[in-house]
Design a protein around this ligand. Structure first.
Ligand code: COA
Length: 332
């Protein structure tokens, strides 16, 4: 049976490094507080206005194609996961396709926040297995830094997020020991307003007012404790469900590449599932939470560093705004 393999991965982060001390010059926070609560030391921001998620994705795509040994023009479908598209519409996948010279190639935007890469992976897997497409570019890319509240009021959210992009090229393989084994995803909109960006909104007329800017509804709002509780419950639950369905135990796993929301969340999840710390990949200390980019960014780096190798069995759990959550089991 045909399976879907990750043929190659790539990533890109902007060059501008913003440390916790840099943030502490703008609002009331400290390196100690941020590191203790989240594990984050620094994050990347775009260097200047005018750089969108599709621009970051362009660099990542070139690296992924090189690693996959695939020409850009061989890509026959694009899936672009982001919560920070370049513009409200059209989707960032269209902008990226144009930058890559892929006129006519279908481009689907996925709006599932921190679980976006997993939702995209499930779609890409189905497309490849049914023979519809042969070279799917799956991107996770975010520019958060242009919509953060750099004041005391927004500090809980602002310290967490960073900009970045990463992607995978997916294609068919007949190798039964390689590829995507399973992807399970969920959503529960009862938590929608616990982590959301309210405005501009088509639900309001007009969509954007001076009042919305003044009352800060143009910045993401988060009930951090509520999100923490849900993330630490749902990530182990969905991970165990995927492992059990596929007859895999925690001992069988070579690597766990969780969404990088908060190092404490991932430590909590690993403990709950009895995953040895050395099997868990963290890069949140360097990049913060890059939402849809976070899992592919961590996996791509782990491959580049030789920490993730061909044949490794990898679990990728995620939780995020929506609420949405999921887990993927992949043999590299
Ligand atoms: N710097 C310094 N102090 C801060 C701060 C910051 N950046 N952000 C909040 N605080 C303060 C609060 O104002 C509060 O002060 P008070 O006790 O005087 O009222 C205190 O720190 C504790 O705030 P609280 O929100 O209860 O902290 P917490 O322990 O829950 O940690 C988070 C906050 C955001 C780090 C934590 O809730 C979290 O990580 N939640 C999950 C978030 C997440 O993963 N989001 C993405 C999901 S994909």
């Amino acid at each position: 049976m045909t399976r879907t393999a990750i043929l190659g991965m790539g990533h890109y982060v902007p060059s501008k490094v913003v440390t916790n001390d840099d943030l502490a010059k703008m609002f009331d926070t400290s390196d100690e507080w941020i590191q203790q609560r989240t594990g984050i030391k620094e994050r990347r921001y775009i260097e200047k206005s005018g750089i969108g998620a599709s621009d970051l994705a362009l660099h990542a795509t070139k690296m992924a194609c090189e690693n996959a040994g695939v020409e850009v023009l061989e890509i026959d479908a694009i899936i672009f996961a982001t919560l920070s598209p370049d513009h409200n519409f059209p989707g960032s996948g269209c902008f990226l396709g144009d930058k890559l010279g892929l006129g006519g190639v279908p481009a689907l935007d996925v709006r599932n926040q921190c679980s976006g890469f997993l939702y995209g992976l499930q779609i890409a897997d189905a497309w490849v297995r049914c023979g519809m497409y042969k070279r799917v570019l799956l991107v996770g890319a975010e520019v958060h830094s242009t919509a953060l509240d750099f004041s005391d009021e927004g500090r809980d959210v602002t310290v967490i997020f960073g900009d970045g992009a990463a992607c995978a090229i997916l294609g068919p393989t007949d190798d039964e020991d390689q590829g995507i084994i399973d992807v399970e995803v969920h959503a529960d909109g009862s938590g929608a307003k616990e982590l959301w960006l309210e405005a501009p909104a088509s639900a309001y007329e007009p969509r954007l007012t001076h009042e919305m800017i003044d009352n800060k509804s143009v910045y993401p709002q988060m009930n951090g404790r509520h999100v923490f509780r849900w993330a630490t419950a749902k990530m182990p639950e969905v991970s165990l469900s995927v492992l059990e369905r596929n007859g895999v135990t925690v001992e069988d796993l070579d690597l766990v590449v969780p969404h990088q929301a908060n190092k404490r969340i991932n430590e909590f999840v690993s403990q709950k599932m009895s995953i040895p710390p050395e099997k868990v990949v963290h890069n949140i200390q360097k990049y913060g939470n890059t939402t849809a980019a976070s899992i592919p960014l961590a996996l791509s780096e782990a491959i580049q560093e030789g920490r993730a190798k061909k044949g490794d069995l990898v679990l990728m759990p995620a939780f995020g705004s929506g609420f949405t959550w999921g887990a993927a089991l992949v043999r590299l």
